[in-house]
Design a protein around this ligand. Sequence first.
Ligand code: NAG
Ligand code: NAG
Ligand code: NAG
Ligand code: NAG
Ligand code: NAG
Length: 426
Amino acid sequence: MAFPLGAACTVALAAAAGAQGVHAALAQSGSVSADGVARRSSIRLPFDAVLRASNAATTGASNLYQTLAATIQLGTPPVTLSVVLDTGSPSFWVTSALCVQGNGCQAARKQLYNPNKSSTAASTGLVAQRSYGDGTSVQFEIFNDTLSIAGVDVPNQPVGAAVYFKDPTHAATDGLIGLAPPNVRDPVGVFGNLRSAFTRSMVSFYYNRKVISIDASGLVPNAGEITFGEPNRDRMAGEFAWLPINSTAPYWQTVVDSMTVNGVTAQANVQALIDTGTTDAIITPALFALVTRAIGSSLNVTTQVFDCSVAKSLPPITFRMSGMDFLIPWQNQVIVKNGVCYTIFSQGSATEMILGASFQRGFYTTFNFDNSSIGIARLAEDQTGSYDPFEGNMGSTKNGAGRARSGSVAALASLVVALAAGIALL
Ligand SMILES: *[C@@H]1O[C@H](CO)[C@@H](O)[C@H](O)[C@H]1NC(C)=O
Ligand SMILES: *[C@@H]1O[C@H](CO)[C@@H](O)[C@H](O)[C@H]1NC(C)=O
Ligand SMILES: *[C@@H]1O[C@H](CO)[C@@H](O)[C@H](O)[C@H]1NC(C)=O
Ligand SMILES: *[C@@H]1O[C@H](CO)[C@@H](O)[C@H](O)[C@H]1NC(C)=O
Ligand SMILES: *[C@@H]1O[C@H](CO)[C@@H](O)[C@H](O)[C@H]1NC(C)=O
């Protein structure tokens, strides 16, 4: 279920990146060569978010997907594009002037990438295709071109220019940057190139919990902040707890040992994906039974709605991962939209979990490409104030209360890897 947050506006890349985004000691502004000569400490940019309903029925129900999107520039002269950031898939592609088939080609766009008109584009002559768990399907021709993120130029970045683009979600984005872990090799992967532009190969996410984008009609701005390079220490309290990932899995995948509620522990020992492309915390039936017991009889497990009067007395939940405990207080167990309370938990299979944005938003999270680990830290803002989900949120007001909320939420019960790409299709 959903929720997102954060802080982002589609506009100002440069502003976001500027002085504030680049740590002091850093080299020149503007271009940084990808050969490692001049490396940045970090860049930051806001992201937008929307929770979209999918029509891809995998296990009998449709599913909800979390979209985080940020602004990049591509080519020379640069075109400005809004792309999905997805830790659950490996490829970088955008729709393009070469796109001739599929509803995604026809969508109205502010700017469109045309490799024929980019002086820095070089065709590799390769073609590939990808399909995703939400029904999105794309075929693209691979070019090398200059990618610019928050003022950092990455020359010769391989990118797929779509020739076919089926977009069942009408997501209003122009493409996708996959941020799958480094053990996934992809001819249009980004981080292989991007990492040489920074001193640290890390991508970190901060979610603005005040922004709710469930069932929004489009991307909701200010949903959070993504940082490439050195994590933003201003967002975190203390140090990261590091979770090693499973190096044979194509995802940022670790293990949940157990969960404890009210002194009762349910063992898990199952693989868990930490995925920005999923909204819920999708947990095993045994863990879900504990959550359900704590919430009580008002919970409708289909809609995930429960009685708001119970929310503040929900006991804290402890997740144990890699032998470390992560505490989820009541504030981070509930999403409140238009006065309705939704639990962030839904029930999945007994053999795999997905801890989506609803789980991550209670922490500052980093995906470490240097040593294939996930870092989870407490939020600085929780040290100085107390987040209250019942305080007004932004982003949902213009969406119209009546909009198909129950329909799409009813679909949530099942488990799917959001935006899990088919890899190695080339
Ligand atoms: C791009 O260039 C190719 C090769 O010259 C040509 O076949 C194609 O029609 C051009 N497409 C656009 C949209 O300019
Ligand atoms: C594209 O860039 C890659 C490095 O990112 C390089 O190995 C390859 O030769 C380039 N291909 C073309 C056609 O420029
Ligand atoms: C990964 O790198 C971090 C930061 O350098 C380090 O503290 C941590 O112990 C490493 N984790 C693993 C699993 O190697
Ligand atoms: C790693 O993930 C794969 C695929 O999900 C799984 O089969 C394997 O058991 C996992 N390895 C470990 C050490 O957990
Ligand atoms: C849960 O909510 C759905 C949708 O509003 C409704 O159809 C169903 O009857 C509810 N289930 C229970 C057990 O109240």
